[in-house]
Ligand binder design. Structure first.
Ligand SMILES: Nc1nc2c(ncn2[C@@H]2O[C@H](COP(=O)(O)OP(=O)(O)OP(=O)(O)O)[C@@H](O)[C@H]2O)c(=O)[nH]1
Ligand SMILES: [Mg+2]
Length: 382
């Protein structure tokens, strides 16, 4: 269902929480009528381009002093004080006057639909670009709006009669596969630092995030709860997780140790890459039954030993030795070092879902319906 079908929607567009100013967008048929009932100011000219000063009122009660921007017909931004209680009160008041309170995403989609009617991929791009974790991600997304995905989908539709069904399905599969790498430029990439106790995981974590965030001691088992920090690498935005040392003895030791061991296993299961830190003295990898395929082994404390392994990545979290190579290896293992930014990819769950269905389509008619949905479907769920 499109936002156009609803009478009037309202959403908080700025971040939730305390701030100097919060901005609530009110959009759709009837927006002006609602404002006329709840706004009291010197001027009541809601013409596009006007800026109005005054109060939002609930009957006789003043809710807040606001500045209203009249951005288009039935499209207003209400700028109020950035107090979560005030924001909540204004949203409640709008609800009372029959506006449907929704997410900022829906308003952005509504704005996009006005601007790019009939090009759903462009609407999605406008939203996704503003959230992209890296400039490369924004670039990849931009490419899909005129070339990339848009062009591929149109080409499939136009040549449906002459193309083999299997070729279209293979094409959709290729797009899905390239999208997995593209996704790593668009979102934060989860990298879990794991390994045996005392191998230097927290020291490495601190060096990566550039501050002493995690406690480091020479006592094995120092870290219990995991910590995370976002770090910009060369091409991606990584979220590193410092974890408790993996030790099968600890798993059965007591409830706290068992819980923290369980947390590490969960993090490993749900991450993009495991940076497995082994102490170069011991060269032991104790991942046990959870050896993930997406792991990069690094041998730490190379400053302490001359007998370094020749087949692995040697670093010193303490001195910083080998860090350049480590970052390069991380990006190479993830597959982001040489990615062509002009590849055709999808960048939203909606697009991925449609293409996934296309890979299993039994008829060209099904493909036609799916690709039409991809190009023109609504991104707003009712
Ligand atoms: N010489 C040297 N010492 C290091 C290096 N990295 C860490 N250490 C030392 O090794 C000890 C353990 O470091 P941590 O970073 O706390 O190790 P950890 O893997 O987080 O340990 P747990 O949290 O107990 O699992 C500390 O005394 C560190 O100073 C390194 O590259 N070289
Ligand atoms: Mg630690």
């Amino acid at each position: 269902m499109s936002a156009k079908n609803h009478n009037c929607v309202a959403a908080l567009m700025t971040a939730k929480g305390a701030a100097a100013i919060s901005s609530i967008q009110l959009a759709g048929a009837g927006a002006e009528d609602i404002l006329k009932k709840i706004f009291k100011g010197k001027h009541f000219d809601f013409a596009t381009g006007s800026v109005l000063y005054g109060n939002i009122v609930d009957g006789e009660k003043v809710v807040d002093e606001v500045v209203i921007g009249c951005e288009a017909e039935d499209f207003f931004s209400i700028n109020c004080h950035g107090n979560p209680i005030i924001v909540e009160n204004i949203l409640e008041l709008l609800k009372k006057h029959n506006a449907r309170v929704t997410e900022a995403r829906e308003i952005l989609a509504y704005m996009g639909e006005q601007k790019y009617s009939d090009n759903t991929i462009a609407v999605e791009a406008q939203i996704a670009q503003s959230r992209s974790a890296t400039i490369y991600g924004a670039k990849i997304i931009q490419h899909q709006t005129k070339m990339g995905l848009l062009q591929a989908a149109n080409w499939w539709l136009e040549n449906l009669d002459t193309l083999e069904l299997d070729d279209i399905k293979e094409g959709a599969n290729q797009v899905l596969s390239d999208s997995k790498i593209a996704d790593l430029f668009i979102r934060n990439v989860k990298i879990v630092i794991a390994g045996p106790p005392n191998s230097g995981k927290s020291t490495l974590f601190n060096r990566l995030c550039g501050k002493e965030k995690a406690i480091v001691t020479d006592i094995a088992g120092t870290t219990r709860d995991w910590l995370s920090a976002k770090v910009r690498l060369k091409r991606i935005m990584a979220e590193f997780f410092d974890t408790a040392g993996l030790d099968h003895v600890l798993s059965g030791q007591n409830t706290i140790d068992a819980a923290s061991q369980g947390q590490v296993i969960e993090l490993i299961k749900n991450c993009d890459l495991v940076l497995f830190v082994a102490d170069s003295d011991s060269l032991r990898c104790r991942l046990g039954s959870v050896v993930p395929s997406n792991k990069l082994v690094v041998f730490n404390k190379c400053d302490l030993t001359r007998d370094l392994p020749t087949d692995g990545l040697c670093i010193s979290a303490k001195t910083g030795e080998g860090f350049g190579k480590l970052i390069t290896a991380v990006e190479k293992t993830l597959g982001v070092s040489y990615f062509d930014m002009k590849k055709t990819v999808c960048f939203t769950a909606r697009q991925k879902g449609i293409l996934k269905q296309a890979t299993g389509a039994g008829t060209k008619q099904q493909i036609k319906e799916l690709i039409t949905e991809l190009l023109k479907g609504s991104i707003i769920t009712p």
